[in-house]
Design a protein around this ligand. Structure first.
Ligand code: HEM
Length: 346
């Protein structure tokens, strides 16, 4: 596939594409959508073009197949069961946090200005992005997902990475994150250059400016960073060390409470980087601490510390946007709300 086609493809509405596939030669003449087909079924006009109706019917069947909830729930379940089985990873934190970080890093390269990078093309699979120093440690997450991709080769990489992040959050007792399929693998030359992911040594001004590139406002930024309740930093990956709190594989609002209530000292760690530590062995990055240092971020931190439900709601909204940035989903592609393994008694 040529670059030009790749770029054009990205912006083509998926409903048009499914239509082309479903309707074959008729696609050129018929430009309707599945919605239109449903309307037309109720439209009692004998002059209605039969060919167009047939093409719309084909698109309808293709879309039903394409957006079948059960087949994505099966993928969800396989990822969730694998997280549950392989719980010894990273000193029994498990794969949940690193899968969330993978989903975020795939999406976090997006640039709102020109719609490059981001969650759509699954370009993390290419060496340039895999080897971005900001992505150190995510190879473990990608390896974890390999057998899932082998079992479901029809799933695009963008869908796989984002779905794995959603699965991980829900299985770690986080909120239900409505998720849509429809990302399409793009060629290697659409891989964003290194250096688009954030630098943890910076201050509030930098954080605000960084997330502005992704179109996020203060409230969404504070909500997204609450994911740092999960997992830990690793000296060998990022040059920072330690977890943010006690519950490293349960999704809670602990991050905000720790920011506000712990006594933090700024130290230089073994890699020569500055990080905040407390007497319990927990840590904060300079970009985390920026949230209590900045007068606009601080009241939002307090609100989320006091009210986990509000945090869950705001995180959900922001995370959905993150995973969908730059993507034009067809109207009939409704978000899926997955059931956790517990809810299915599995
Ligand atoms: C200013 C923005 C951010 C910065 C500078 C930042 C920085 C970092 C760093 C340095 C690590 C440690 C990686 C390692 O050593 O293994 C990390 C881990 C992590 N980050 Fe962020 N992050 C940011 C935003 C986010 C967002 C928006 C999310 C998700 C919504 C997120 C989720 C995670 C998770 C879950 C981990 C733990 C991974 C693990 O345990 O392996 N981060 N982050």
């Amino acid at each position: 596939m040529s670059t030009t086609f790749g770029n054009v493809f990205r912006r083509v509405n998926v409903k048009t594409l499914s239509f082309i596939v479903g309707a074959g030669a008729l696609a050129g003449s018929a430009t309707g959508t599945v919605m239109e087909y449903q309307d037309m079924r109720n439209y009692n006009n004998r002059n209605y073009n039969k060919q167009k109706l047939a093409a719309l019917a084909a698109a309808h069947v293709a879309a039903k197949e394409k957006y079948d909830v059960a087949k994505y729930q099966k993928v969800y379940n396989d990822i969730a069961l694998k997280i549950r089985d392989e719980d010894e990873y990273d000193d029994f934190i498990g794969y949940g946090p690193v899968l969330v970080r993978l989903a975020w890093h795939c999406a976090g390269t997006w640039d709102a200005k020109d719609n490059t990078g981001g969650p759509y093309g699954g370009t993390y699979r290419f060496a340039m992005e895999t080897n971005d120093p900001s992505n150190n440690g995510l190879q473990n997450a990608a390896k974890f997902l390999e057998p899932i991709h082998e079992k479901y080769p029809w799933l695009s990489h963008g869908d796989l990475y984002s779905l794995a992040g959603v699965t991980a959050i829900q299985e770690m007792q986080g909120p239900t994150i409505p998720w849509r399929s429809g990302r399409v693998d793009q060629p290697e030359d659409t891989t964003p250059e290194n250096g688009r992911l954030p630098d943890a040594s910076k201050d509030a001004k930098y954080v605000r400016c960084f997330f502005h590139r992704l179109n996020f406002e203060d409230r969404q930024v504070v909500a997204l960073l609450g994911a740092h309740a999960l997992g830990k930093t690793h000296l060998k990956n990022s040059g920072f060390e330690g977890p943010w709190g006690a519950a490293t594989n349960i999704f809670t609002n602990e991050f905000y409470n720790n920011l506000l209530n712990e006594k933090w000292d700024l130290i230089t760690n073994d890699a020569g980087n500055k990080q905040y530590v407390n007497d319990k062995g927990w840590m904060m990055l300079p970009t985390d601490m920026a949230l209590v240092q900045d007068p606009k971020y601080l009241p939002i931190v307090k609100e989320f510390a006091n009210d986990q439900d509000t945090f869950f709601k705001e995180f959900t909204k922001a995370f959905v946007v993150l995973l969908e940035n730059g993507i034009d989903f067809p109207q009939e592609n409704k978000p899926i709300k997955f059931k956790t393994l517990d809810a299915q008694d599995l």
